[in-house]
Design a protein around this ligand. Structure first.
Ligand SMILES: Cc1cc2nc3c(=O)[nH]c(=O)nc-3n(C[C@H](O)[C@H](O)[C@H](O)COP(=O)(O)O)c2cc1C
Length: 159
């Protein structure tokens, strides 16, 4: 079973979850990065620009990933919640690659409003087997609770 962990993270929360998955599973990791990052990491403007990207269904150009999706049996996809759904970088990723017949795990971080994030990813990845999912509230801020939740979740994953 070959596993890939693919994630986007503006401020490091989703990255933290990705790294914990990596500690537990033998996986290759890929971070999605915009070619031109227009979203500030701090301050109110990140919500304005990020929210606009979501509403406009923008697909920002991503740096080359050098991934061969066909190699993998199982893919974990990680995203922060932006405006109640997945981040625009994930939209770019999903539209660029054909993902079918895979086992899929979904992880996301948010500040208390998961919205439709997980369901939207599932809807946009038809023809796959969704094996597990988790959402974590502000994993960097809630370090201890989030570590416990992630560790418990990881114990349930049998691949
Ligand atoms: C543009 C934008 C929109 C956001 N929308 C939501 C939201 O709808 N619900 C929520 O709970 N958190 C929202 N957040 C907060 C992030 O989901 C949260 O801080 C997350 O942990 C950040 O993950 P990251 O550090 O991996 O980028 C939003 C953040 C940004 C930048």
């Amino acid at each position: 079973m070959k596993v890939a962990v693919i994630y986007y993270s503006l401020e490091g929360n989703t990255k933290k979850v990705a790294m914990k998955i990596l500690d537990k599973l033998n996986a290759d990791i890929y971070e999605l990065k915009e070619v031109k990052s227009v979203i500030p990491k701090t301050g109110f403007l990140k919500y304005v620009w990020g929210g606009k990207q979501v509403v406009m269904k923008e697909k920002p150009d991503l740096e080359e990933l050098n991934i061969n999706i066909d190699e993998y049996d199982c893919i974990f996809i990680g995203t922060p919640v932006w405006a109640s759904t997945y981040s625009p970088a994930i939209r770019s990723f999903l539209s660029k690659y054909t993902i079918k017949g895979k086992k899929i795990g979904i992880f996301c971080s948010h500040s208390g409003g998961l919205g439709n994030t997980i369901q939207n990813i599932k809807d946009d990845l038809p023809g796959n087997d969704f094996i597990t999912e988790i959402d974590i509230v502000d994993p960097l801020k809630n370090d201890i609770e989030s570590n416990e939740k992630i560790d418990k979740w990881l114990q349930t994953i049998n691949i």
